[in-house]
Design a protein around this ligand. Structure first.
Ligand code: TRP
Ligand code: ZN
Length: 555
């Protein structure tokens, strides 16, 4: 029988096969031990009753042979191709990455997720998250198998989350797990023998192997039952994933975050809607993306259901649990849900300051709408969390999370709702399309509110000496480990200001508005932006963009 072949999706698939094989053939602990980091001790996972119930009667499938050579047969009656001749229909595994050269194992190939429906329970006493993720997807190739990203294992190789069952259209389905360590330095997959320290956690690929092949275009419902303690990410970009607090959790992070708490096609190029139900001990709050559709009192617990009905990148999903001071208000048809961790109120002015900053939300949305066009969502707000070590805020769709909060940060995260969220990037190298726009929004707000003008901030930044390493990072291709380099933010924002000077205010603001409107709900690339700006300006701006975003010297 012919071995199945991984389709090429823009990176070297043999590399991925090799990496996967290393993880599988190494057979668990021995291969991991060499690169084990000292910080995590092997404390046994507390398995509460709920988990035992969930797992009762269902065997966890051990890591199996690579799906790359285990192509199930075509279904009976599969259509033949090629006028008159009976060409066999071939089925191949979807690739283990969506094709992003920065993070080759992020996302997956062969399908497109339409909706995630998470039905989960979280217990702050044990940190255990348990339940079922239902993923509605459409096959985009004939699939013998396909992957989901699900980072269930820690860097030492221990299962932090255990998968109980995987079903495809209701039928229990074989699956396997393969993990690849990620360098803490380069953010790249690393093989054995790499001297780099490794990130927590490795990237784990969940391969789903249906009994029969799946024809391209088929809609599938994939259910994954799981339970365990979601991992806190400690990677080249700092902390992320699920951060556990004394009374809850905060799922947050970029570029990776989602896959530690739900199986996903974890890349912004595959946006999907999301329904998230979270059952927590009574008295705790849950804050998620979009509309709070229902809260149900179950006695000792309550179930909160949020619906995000516009497509969303996976890293923007959240389900913050804890004791929060939640205020809601509706202004101009937008419902604001502003949450401040109760524990911040007993730390000097932190709680009151967070509340004051969140109270700016409606004014900021009104201001940004006046420049960029209508706010893309019906919901807004923000979540000020008590995580002093987090050090950043994130533009979670409709409800940014603030590990740090002040007025410019609120402007920044709300600007991302247009640029980054509703208009998301196609590849991580396009990150400046998010960060430059959000940063330039801070400059515009400053100018409009009696602070420094955009020109002053531009001039200050431009005064950095040409020898400063700041100028050496290419904005349109900062490199995987330097995704959030200062150049992404500040040289990116300078690029927008320089574009404004180049084409004049009416054309410039027309570009920003049109960019948001024309790409609403979708994904974009840097090349598209260059073409869009050139068309709007009626002149070829490629020389301008070469100087500002494709160069590693001071313009
Ligand atoms: N995207 C976030 C913002 O600018 C910042 C961010 C998220 C970040 N994760 C990070 C910055 C990790 C540095 C490192 O709003
Ligand atoms: Zn940002």
């Amino acid at each position: 029988m012919d071995p199945c072949i991984l389709p090429s999706t823009g990176f070297d698939p043999s590399l991925l096969l090799g990496l996967t094989a290393v993880a599988i053939l190494g057979g668990g602990l021995s291969v991991w031990a060499a690169r084990r980091r000292s910080k995590r001790s092997g404390v046994a996972l507390a398995v509460p009753f709920l988990v035992l119930l969930l797992l009762a009667g269902s065997q966890v499938t051990p890591p199996a042979a690579s799906a790359a050579v285990a192509c199930p047969p075509a279904p009976a009656g599969a259509p033949a191709t090629g006028g008159g001749t009976t060409a066999p229909v071939t089925f191949e595994p979807g690739s283990a990455g969506i094709g992003d050269p920065y993070y080759p194992l992020d996302g997956n190939g062969g399908y497109d997720v339409q909706n995630y429906d998470l039905d989960l329970a979280y217990d702050p006493a044990t940190d255990v998250l348990a339940g079922t993720a239902t993923i509605d997807l459409v096959a985009t190739q004939n699939l013998s198998a396909f992957n989901l990203d699900f980072d269930t294992r820690d860097a030492a190789g221990a299962d932090s989350i255990v998968i109980g069952d995987v079903r495809v259209d209701g039928a229990s389905t074989a699956f396997s797990l393969a993990s690849t360590q990620i360098s803490l330095v380069t953010a790249q997959p690393v093989g054995d023998g790499s001297p780099d320290a490794v990130a927590e956690p490795p990237r784990t690929e969940l391969t789903v192997m249906p009994a029969t092949g799946i024809l391209s275009g088929t809609e599938l419902s994939v259910e994954v039952d799981y339970a365990g303690v979601p991992i806190t990410i400690d990677d080249a970009f700092g902390l992320g994933g699920v951060l556990h607090t004394p009374d809850g959790m905060v799922p947050v992070g970029q570029p990776r975050a989602a896959a530690v708490w739900f199986p996903s096609n974890d890349h912004p190029a595959d946006k999907a809607t999301l329904t998230m139900s979270m059952t927590v001990p009574i008295g705790l709050d849950v804050i998620g993306n979009g509309v709070l559709a229902s809260t149900v009192d179950n006695g000792p617990t309550s179930t909160w259901t949020y619906v995000m009905d516009r497509p969303m990148a996976t890293y923007l999903a959240t389900a913050v649990v804890g004791d929060y001071d939640v205020q809601t208000t509706t202004v101009d048809g937008v419902t604001y849900r502003d949450a401040v961790a109760q524990s911040l109120y007993s730390q000097g002015t932190l709680g009151a300051d967070a509340r004051t900053a969140l109270d700016l939300n409606p004014d900021v949305i009104a201001y940004l709408s006046s420049i960029y066009g209508p706010y893309p969502f019906t919901e807004s707000g923000g979540i000020a969390v008590d995580l002093p070590d987090l050090g950043y805020a994130l533009e979670n769709q409709t409800r940014p999370i603030y590990g740090f909060i002040d007025e410019p940060t609120v402007v920044h995260e709300l600007a991302h709702q247009w640029y980054g969220d509703d208009v998301a990037i196609e590849r991580w190298s396009d990150i400046w399309l998010n960060e430059a726009f959000a940063t330039y929004s801070e400059w515009l707000w400053s100018e409009d509110h009696g602070g420094d003008t955009a020109q002053q901030i531009f001039d200050d930044t431009y005064s950095l000496d040409a020898s400063d390493p700041f100028w050496s990072v290419e904005v349109a291709d900062p490199g995987a480990p330097r995704l959030f380099d200062n150049a992404t933010y500040y040289r990116g924002a300078m690029t927008l200001h320089a574009l404004r000077l180049e084409v004049g205010d009416p054309v410039f603001f027309g570009i920003l508005r049109g960019w948001a409107a024309d790409n609403a709900g979708g994904n974009v690339s840097t090349a598209q932006f260059e073409a869009y700006a050139s068309a709007a300006a009626g002149t070829d701006l490629s020389g301008f963009f070469d100087t500002w975003i494709h160069s590693s010297v001071k313009p």
